[in-house]
Design a protein around this ligand. Sequence first.
Ligand code: SF4
Ligand code: SF4
Length: 298
Amino acid sequence: MSDETQQIPPEDAQTRLQKTIVEDHKRLELDDTIQFGCHPGVSCFNTCCGDVNIFLSPYDVLRMKKRLGLTSMEFLENYTLLPIQKDMKTPIVVLRMKDDEAKSCPFLEESGCGIYSDRPWPCRMYPLGLATSKDTPDGWRGERFYFLLKEDACQGFGEAKEWKVRDWLDDQGMDEYDVWGEAYKELTLNEYFEQGNTLTPEKMEMFYTASYDLDKFREFVFESSLLDRFDIDEDFAEAMRVDDEALMRFGFLWLQFSLFGEPTVKVRSEVAEAYKGKLDKRKLTKSEPAESPEKEQS
Ligand code: SF4
Ligand code: SF4
């Protein structure tokens, strides 16, 4: 993990910010309509791709590193920052802007976004924001609703094009991002944190590796004894060798198991038996003094 830092609001300030957004912005449902257009003809074209904090999810990183033909390590090293904040529960990864005056995005080209079909979640969503509340009693990962983010300089709101919220989301290809986003929330909003627990630096490192640094995680999976110790379907294991999405799915399950103690990965029965055997042997060894010959003779 890089040790570079960047100022971002602490978590309680983020919570306040979200609360303010929810109170001040009109809630938009999927069938509500927005008026917006963004294309090379708008006078502000490309001006919003700089001097901005873009938080990246593991799926964003997966898509971008693949697009650029880089390993996860190369991508994270060259294009991201890891801001450190007090009471941080899980790693935060931010897209690193260039060092020029405009602090422009490294992927910005004259014709627009140079990685458009693999651009990250926040770039797809704008001008919509997404708010989620806490889990509901029926198990749904929080209520979701949308709201409009109106940047003063953005001329897109002056365009005539109208969209239903659901059509905007479809057009921006949000589906896959949402599926992975929900899966990632199983980790970031885990009950483990709700109970006030925090991760040790070693566990934080594992969290980062298994979610963001997939190529390093692949080394861990295939170059350690993990596959001997856990009951993992052979076809799935083979898929993980070459398929980043399969590996990320396993990474999330692995973290639920190894960090939060959830039964998402199964120890091989022979390993469990061998371990039990070891325990039994220890038990026998321990009980020896009580059954010592002297005691028996007395
Ligand atoms: S990734 Fe693309 S859309 Fe997002 S800020 Fe960079 S250039 Fe703009
Ligand atoms: S400021 Fe708005 S309209 Fe202009 S390029 Fe950015 S998103 Fe598009």
